[in-house]
Design a protein around this ligand. Structure first.
Ligand SMILES: C[S@@+](CC[C@H](N)C(=O)[O-])C[C@H]1O[C@@H](n2cnc3c(N)ncnc32)[C@H](O)[C@@H]1O
Length: 239
């Protein structure tokens, strides 16, 4: 799926059931997420990460932060408790509009639409902290690689990049699984429903992408799987 199609699909999710598309939960399908519960999950996630950063004894600045693939600002809003200014970037215009609406009272958040495969409107060394969660796993790996290069470029020399990415377990690409995925895509397109693709990059390859770009992976931690056969990791990296 190319970026144009990706943007169109996320736009459809944003217009129909945005919170469910962001945090899939069978019981919350059909706009059943309570906003308060939804945003509480973001607060818990960011609080946990900030505790971890502190325990790593990293002296990061608390000026500017970026949330890449911000959706409606679930994590952007929580990051504003720790940073002076937080930017959220998303590929879907409706997600950005919702993020602005839900986070209006938090003056520190700014939201940007970006449908390019780079982040050229942010200069080098801009951010003290860059975060991305459950976003890079939903695009083709060559886009993920390009964005990782960009995210490393825009963190400051003493800044920290933290991101989640999935890894496909060997054996998942069996014929029945491929057929199921193909059937889901055909059915969705025929019914004019958006598709959420899932892609992984192996842990060792992610570490190589970071080091090929002159970065350093400080830590990788295993997260709960993103569904059967999809291992998930959180990476902590610096320039
Ligand atoms: C599963 S949601 C996660 C949203 C947010 N990170 C959170 O955890 O609340 C994935 C988000 O990534 C956005 N997205 C997908 N591809 C993107 C891209 N290439 N650039 C920016 N945002 C993207 C989607 O529009 C969607 O809002």
């Amino acid at each position: 799926m190319d970026l144009r199609q990706l943007a169109q699909d996320w736009e459809k999710f944003a217009k129909t059931d945005p919170l469910w598309a962001i945090l899939i939960n069978r019981e919350r399908r059909g706009n059943k997420w309570r906003l308060e519960d939804f945003f509480k999950t973001g607060l818990d996630e960011v609080n946990g990460i900030m505790r971890e950063v502190e325990s790593m004894n990293l002296k990061i600045g608390h000026g500017r932060a970026l949330d890449f693939g911000c959706g409606v600002g679930r994590l952007t809003r929580a990051l504003a408790n720790y940073f002076d200014e937080v930017s959220g970037v998303d590929i879907s215009e409706s997600m950005i509009r919702l993020a602005e609406k839900y986070n209006r009272e938090i003056g520190k958040c700014r939201f940007y639409l970006n449908q390019r495969d780079d982040l050229r409107f942010f200069g080098d060394d801009t951010f003290d902290f860059v975060y991305s969660s459950i976003t890079l796993q939903h695009m083709k790996p060559h886009y993920t690689t390009k964005y990782l290069n960009e995210l490393l470029r825009i963190i400051s020399p003493r800044g920290l990049l933290v991101f989640q990415l999935a890894e496909e377990q060997i054996g998942l690409k069996t014929l029945p699984n491929r057929s199921r995925m193909l059937a889901y895509k055909i059915r969705s397109r025929l019914m004019n429903r958006p598709i959420m693709e899932m892609h992984g990059i192996r842990k060792q390859s992610v570490i190589s992408i970071i080091s090929n770009d002159g970065g350093k992976t400080l830590k990788v931690e295993r997260l709960p799987d993103q569904g059967p056969g999809w291992r998930s990791y959180r990476y902590f990296a610096t320039k």
